[in-house]
Write a protein that binds this ligand. Structure first.
Ligand code: FES
Length: 108
């Protein structure tokens, strides 16, 4: 099973297995990782699953946020950057084994 490393804003790092086909937001929730809320359940309508994709992984996750994501990312609690993505929109695959995402200080 591929793994994802979630790095909290305070530097704490958690590497967990996330099943192929599952999204990165749920991977955090299922493993009790603080820093991702996922209020809408992954429907791309809340932006409380904001994360910053490590630069080494930008292209592998499908590139930067598309227009729909960008619109939502304007409403995040922490300022979005060019690395910002909605973690619910990143679907795990074997190609993403080792993915690193950084979490914002807060989601609300
Ligand atoms: S969980 Fe709501 S936008 Fe990702």
């Amino acid at each position: 099973m591929p793994s994802v490393t979630y790095v909290e804003a305070n530097g704490a790092s958690h590497t967990v297995d996330v099943a192929v086909g599952e999204n990165v937001m749920r991977g955090a929730l299922y493993n009790g990782i603080e820093g991702i809320a996922g209020e809408c359940g992954g429907a791309a309508s809340c932006a409380t699953c904001h994360c910053y994709v490590d630069p080494a992984w930008t292209e592998k996750v499908g590139g930067p946020a598309d227009e729909v994501e960008e619109e939502l990312l304007e409403a995040t609690a922490c300022p979005p950057t060019s690395a910002s993505r909605l973690s619910c929109q990143i679907i795990m695959s074997d190609a993403l084994d080792g993915l690193i995402v950084h979490l914002p200080e807060r989601q609300f």
